[in-house]
Design a protein around this ligand. Structure first.
Ligand SMILES: NC(=O)CC[C@H](N)C(=O)O
Length: 307
């Protein structure tokens, strides 16, 4: 199972769809990505890694970071407190939509995977300063990946910070309604640096594996997050992880997964493996088009759907 030659063939096949997609350019630095890139790593609980494509290319987490920040804040504050500020329901709207914020009374972002909810979650990362909060998050990511060199891309963080007017609008709305109570520029600094944390798809796959093993490091047996936290995160991956394409993704592929506009996808097949993908050609919902194709091939071939 999971033969390297077969994976290489799947990558070649999936790449054929790349011309239908576009790299994200609303964060200018992401526009530099090569739409023809496509790489994948599958991390198994026995330590085997099967990969294809150039797995040395680094990808910024973007929205994938939302799942990691969520795990950290639930560990910081507990489930009850976190879900007082952010809901659990999918929206059916694009990830940056502001519409439902005004419709929900009292205001509460519908879930932690849309930008409004993610900003509320990042706000809850404990620490005295932005620097300290970022360091805590990065330390957590280093633990999840087992990679002590993980850091963030200053270029991508800066590029988003300079252009994120819509996210600032979401923050001001949230501040008006007491979901957040910190300085918006501080929160934007932390959020853009969080989204710019970068890694290879092997690192991504390793995080997927930790979720797949219910929060335990499969090699040291250390509990990196409690089972319940891993379970909540995986459930959000299923219901909201692929934005407003999560329903179709669940039907066609059926694997808990979280995407980012950089073209990254982190997928977690319970008890079986973690998958990391980088394919920056995006579909109109902001998901990696070639990455989804690749997951479709894998899910069908190896019956990976959890349903
Ligand atoms: N969908 C995404 O990956 C969005 C993340 C991005 N940093 C943003 O807030 O716009």
């Amino acid at each position: 199972m999971y033969e390297k030659e077969e994976l290489i063939r799947f990558v070649q096949e999936a790449k054929k769809y790349g011309h239908q997609g576009k790299v994200a350019s609303y964060i200018p630095a992401l526009g530099k990505a090569n739409p023809n890139d496509l790489s994948i790593a599958i991390y198994m609980p026995d330590g085997r890694i099967i990969d294809a494509g150039d797995v040395t290319v680094k990808v910024t987490l973007q929205s994938i970071s939302k799942i990691i920040a969520l795990a950290l804040v639930i560990m910081d504050h507990g489930e009850k407190e976190v879900f007082q500020k952010v809901g659990m329901e999918p929206t059916g709207d694009p990830f940056h939509s502001i519409a439902k914020l005004e419709e929900t009374q009292p205001t509460k972002p519908l879930n932690p995977m849309i930008n409004a909810g993610a900003l509320a979650v990042t706000h809850m990362i404990s620490g005295r300063t932005v620097k300290e909060r970022l360091q805590r998050l990065i330390r957590f990511v280093r633990k999840l990946t087992g990679n002590p060199t993980i850091s963030y891309s200053q270029e991508v963080a800066q590029s988003e910070f300079e252009t994120a007017f819509l996210n600032r609008s979401l923050c001001y709305f949230l501040r008006q309604h007491n979901i957040i109570n910190e300085d918006v520029e501080d929160l934007m600094e932390l959020y853009t640096k969080q989204c710019a944390i970068e890694m290879t798809c092997i690192d991504l796959a390793r995080i997927g594996l930790v979720f797949a093993m219910d929060g335990r490091d499969p090699f040291t047996e250390e509990e990196i997050m409690p089972l319940d936290v891993a379970r909540i995160c995986k459930t959000f991956m299923v219901t909201c992880g692929m934005y407003n394409a999560s329903g179709e993704f669940a039907i066609k592929i059926g694997i808990p997964a979280k995407s980012g506009v950089s073209g990254g996808i982190l997928a977690s097949v319970p008890k079986r493996c973690g998958i990391g993908i980088f394919g920056p050609a995006l579909d109109d919902k902001g998901n990696s088009l070639t990455g989804i194709k690749l997951l479709e091939f894998l899910s069908k071939t190896y019956s990976l759907s959890i349903f």
